[in-house]
Every structure is written in structure tokens, then in C-alpha cells.
Design a protein around this ligand. Structure first.
Ligand code: AMP
Ligand code: GLY
Length: 421
């Protein structure tokens, strides 16, 4: 097939890497990054109508969308109107990520477990609800805020101020003109991913992300500093609860809403006393979770996404390798506070056979200049280790990190700690 991947991160690189290993497809990235051109060709077309025309002219058989922005902008609708096969949700269905108010109302309407909440544009109503809760109290801006729209307030006053700043437009502009206020759920967090075709779904092995920049989950939130899967924190009973109580009613509900969900449903799950609650939905793969899930798939990734895009998942028997994967993000010096100066990346030749065969890099914020690779983004790459245990996979991931050099490289040293303690 001719396959087009939209996006420029490590997530898109890892999907491309998995597909390139099938050795039977031609890959295109839009816009891709300084390393995806090793896997295929980078193109740069910003307008989605123009991109759809390009896809038709170049006989693209399948388009895979990485990030949320093209989805909430309606790229899937445009491609489908051009009779192109594309894997991802429609603009309507992508509101599950684009609007927290919409998402919470779907959860409520279809009786899907989530934190008790109100959605409002009134400071007075928010204040009344806040007074019924016990801190910490969670305040969320309605719209997309690049992962920064959630405030965990430790006092009533802080919660009320957060609401007030959001509603006035001063903290997140239009994205904060409505807010969700909800109770704090105290448990452990999982990233779960369901590949959906509108009717059917396949649940992938559960992963854990590490959102804070510092060891022991300290410091500010990031896009994610590392991930591992499958996590031993989930047993078959919990998987089944997530299938029956969260994914099934969501897919049935979205059909009733005339917005059937096709694509990757990313469920941010909080497990409280053994019961799963939906923290949030995203409508795409997580990054860095994607980078560790792709290498665990035995089923060809292209087939999984093609069947997802053509309502054919019921005919797919999914298989996973009986292995673990750990991904450690290498970030730039000033991440997540500010941009860093471009730094040249040197990767040593991996002489250790075991390491060479069981680890790899998924490149993200990198730019190529004169055939040299430079770290130019916040998250520069993910070093992925594969193993028969989480510990083995983690040792390999960190082993690979040790072979990579660029000025200011920043790495968390405790990825997968919740599984290993
Ligand atoms: P979100 O963007 O909704 O995933 O929120 C970002 C992070 O805030 C989540 O990954 C959780 O760690 C935390 N969070 C969000 N909602 C809650 C909640 N109701 N209780 C506890 N933590 C939460
Ligand atoms: N790693 C979390 C996310 O992609 O949103």
C-alpha cells in the first residue's frame, strides 16, 4: 500500500517504523521530522483539501492521523468526502477530546463511570459546587490547551480563582470560557487504547505514562517523559470492566449521537479501589505510549489500521508479542519550560548484540541539516527497550539512552517504577 502518516512526532515515527518493517509499503509523512525521511518521504502541505488532492494523485491507499489537531479540524471528513481511506474520527466524534464539556456530558448521558462534576460558564454555580467537594479539587478548561488546561487546586480559594481566571479568558482564551469542575480521584492512572471502527473495537495492552518532568512524579506536567506496557497493574478482570463499562457504552452512545467513533480511543483511566473511572478521552494515540505499543504488535500495524478504517475489525484476530516494552524520553535542556538551543545528536555505534537487537530509537523533535541530526524540539526522541520482563526492557532502554549524546539531554531515571517497586 501507499500509506500517508500525518504528524511530526515520535508517535508518527514509531507507526512508520512498524509499517516499514512489513517491507511491503511506500510511506509518506506530512510533515514528518528530520528522521522520518529515513523511513519514507516527507511532504509539506498544510491545507487539508490540497492534501486530499495530493493523496488522490499519489494513489494513497491509507492515511493515518497522529495528532489531535487535524482531527478536531476535520481532516477525516475532508478525506472521506474525497473517497480516501483514512483512519481517525470525524470532526464530530473528535469532540470527545476537543471539548471536555462534551466528553463529560457523553459520559453522564450513557452512565459511564467518571468523576462527579459540573460544567458551567458561571462562577457562582462553580463556587457552589466547589463548596460541596473536599480539596484537592480539579478544574478543567473546556477546550484544547496543549495539555495545560487542568488545574489540581489544593484549596477552595485556589479552585475558585482557577475557575475565575479561565472564565474571564485570561488563562486559556476561548478554550476556558466554559469549565468542568470535578472531584479528585485518588488512585493509579493508566493509558488504555482501543482501536475502533465505529461498531467493534480491539483493546491494546494497558500502558502507564509518566507525565511529570522529574523523578518520583515531581515538577511540572509534560507531554510524557516515558511509558511502559503491558503494566502488571491490570488483570483480565479490570480489562473486562474497561471494555464493558467504558468502551462498549461509549461506542454505542456515539452511534446514537450520529458521531460513530472510528480511530484510536485513548482512555485516561483512574483506578480507584479496583474500579476504573474515565478521567478523559483523547481521540488518538498517546505519545510516548504509541512508541512502546507499536513494537508489541505481532499483527501487521498496517492491517490493524486499514481494517479499523474500513469497518472490518470483526475480521481481525489481533496478536501481541509476549514481551514488555519500556520507552524513555530524551528531552531538551529547557523542556518543558522553554525552547532550547539546537544541539547536534550523536548516536554511538551499538556494539552489544543484545542491545542492538532489542532496542531502538523513535525520533521526535529532530531536524536534519547537512546530513547531521539536531535536537530542535522539546521531546527529542524515545529510547525503546524490549524484553521478557519489564526490568529487562527497562535496562535495555536505559542502555540505549547511554549511547545517545546531545548537549543538555534530560532523562527521567525511574520510568516503570510503579511496576518494579
Ligand atoms: P487530563 O488532561 O484530563 O488528562 O488531566 C491531566 C491530568 O490531571 C491527568 O492525567 C490526571 O493525572 C490529572 N487529573 C485529571 N482529572 C483528575 C481527577 N478527577 N482526579 C485526579 N486527577 C485528575
Ligand atoms: N502521553 C499522553 C498524551 O499523549 O496525551
Amino acid at each position: 500500500m501507499n500509506i500517508l502518516i500525518l504528524g511530526n512526532g515520535g508517535r508518527e515515527y514509531s507507526i512508520g517504523l512498524a509499517i516499514s518493517k512489513e517491507n511491503s509499503h511506500s510511506l509518506y509523512f506530512c510533515p514528518g521530522n528530520g528522521a522520518t525521511d529515513q523511513l519514507g518521504s516527507n511532504i509539506n502541505i498544510k491545507d487539508y483539501n490540497e492534501l486530499a488532492l495530493w493523496a488522490k494523485e499519489n494513489s494513497i491507499d491509507l492515511t493515518i492521523v497522529g495528532p489531535e489537531a487535524p482531527l478536531t479540524d476535520g481532516v477525516v471528513d475532508i478525506f472521506k468526502a474525497n473517497d480516501l481511506v483514512i483512519f481517525g474520527p470525524s470532526k464530530d466524534a473528535a469532540r470527545l477530546e476537543g471539548s471536555k464539556v462534551y466528553m463529560k456530558n457523553i459520559l453522564k448521558k450513557y452512565n459511564i463511570p467518571t468523576a462527579r462534576f459540573i460544567e458551567t460558564d458561571s462562577l457562582e454555580d462553580a463556587r457552589k459546587f466547589i463548596n460541596t467537594l473536599t480539596p484537592p479539587i480539579v478544574v478543567k478548561a473546556d477546550g484544547l490547551c496543549g495539555g495545560k488546561g487542568v488545574i489540581i487546586a489544593s484549596t477552595y480559594e485556589e479552585a475558585t480563582n482557577a475557575v475565575s481566571d479561565m472564565l474571564s479568558g485570561s488563562s486559556f482564551g476561548d478554550a476556558g470560557l466554559k469549565v468542568v469542575v470535578e472531584e479528585f480521584l485518588d488512585g493509579y492512572e493508566l493509558s488504555m487504547f482501543a482501536i475502533c471502527d465505529g461498531d467493534d473495537f480491539i483493546l491494546l495492552p494497558a500502558a502507564q505514562d509518566h507525565k511529570r518532568v522529574g523523578d518520583g512524579d515531581t515538577g511540572p506536567n509534560t507531554g510524557g517523559m516515558g511509558a511502559y506496557a503491558p503494566t502488571p497493574l491490570v488483570d483480565e478482570e479490570l480489562y473486562e470492566k474497561v471494555r464493558q463499562r467504558i468502551i462498549r457504552p461509549t461506542l454505542d452512545g456515539m452511534k446514537k449521537e450520529n458521531a460513530p467513533f472510528e480511530g484510536v480511543l485513548f482512555i485516561g483511566v483512574m483506578v480507584v479501589k479496583g474500579e476504573p473511572y474515565t478521567l478523559e478521552f483523547n481521540v488518538r494515540f498517546g505519545d510516548p505510549e504509541c512508541e512502546i505499543l507499536m513494537p508489541l504488535l505481532k499483527t501487521p500495524v498496517s492491517e490493524l489500521f486499514y481494517k479499523g478504517a474500513t469497518k472490518d475489525l470483526s475480521n481481525l484476530k489481533i496478536e501481541f508479542l509476549p514481551k514488555f516494552a519500556v520507552g524513555v524520553v530524551m528531552a531538551s535542556k529547557n523542556y518543558p519550560y522553554s525552547n532550547s538551543e539546537a544541539a547536534q545528536i550523536i548516536v554511538d555505534e551499538i556494539v552489544d548484540n543484545d542491545l542492538r537487537q532489542n532496542s531502538h530509537i523513535s525520533y521526535a523533535g529532530v531536524t536534519k541539516d547537512d546530513d547531521k541530526l539536531f535536537a530542535t524540539g522539546g521531546r527529542v526522541m524515545v529510547c525503546v527497550g524490549i524484553g521478557d520482563s519489564i526490568k529487562e526492557a527497562r535496562d535495555r532502554a536505559y542502555g540505549l539512552c547511554g549511547q545517545v549524546h546531545f548537549a543538555g539531554k534530560k532523562v527521567r531515571s525511574d520510568i516503570a517504577y510503579q511496576a518494579l517497586r
